[in-house]
Design a protein around this ligand. Structure first.
Ligand code: 6K6
Length: 139
């Protein structure tokens, strides 16, 4: 099983630690192609070594290769929204995890997408349970 984890980078890195923990947990179910998303040293400003076209093409290849896409969508990110749209277009199985809050409302284009399993949670432990249920359902 290959898993593509999507989480905000240039959209803001406030949740980087949570991404790290979710990615660690997801390795229980398969290979996570995007472990770097959980790297706390990765800032929203970027390392500046990788070219945008290189990043886009490599990430699209990984999305095509992946069996499952898991997105943490609380922190608004254009890149994550784009990835989810391309994943839907290509018939991927998709789980989105969102922590409800007044100041970060989930876009209707994600919340209203029938091809995405959208689940709300409040902390890591709840997130892990949702991941377990999702993988049980798709087995
Ligand atoms: C690091 C910091 C800034 O730029 C970098 C290097 N960039 C990226 N490296 C790997 N994946 C990326 C990079 N920029 C965006 N992505 C992909 O888009 C990731 O798979 C994330 O799921 C998503 C984040 O999009 P933004 O718009 O928040 O950056």
């Amino acid at each position: 099983m290959k898993i593509y984890f999507a989480g905000s980078i240039r959209g803001g890195r406030d949740d980087a630690e949570l991404y790290h923990s979710l990615i660690q947990y997801l390795t229980k179910y398969g290979e996570v192609l995007t472990e770097h998303i959980g790297d706390k040293k990765l800032s929203s400003k970027g390392e500046g070594t990788l070219d945008n076209k290189y990043i886009h093409d490599r990430d699209m290849e990984w999305i095509m290769e992946a069996d499952v896409i898991v997105g943490e969508v609380t922190q608004v990110s254009l890149g994550v929204g784009y990835e989810l749209g391309r994943a839907v277009e290509n018939g991927k199985k998709i789980l989105c995890l969102y922590r409800p809050s007044e100041d970060k409302k989930l876009s209707a284009m994600i919340a209203g997408c029938r091809e995405i399993v959208n689940r709300e949670y409040n902390d890591l432990e709840e997130g892990k349970k949702i991941i377990d249920e999702f993988f049980k359902d798709i087995e």
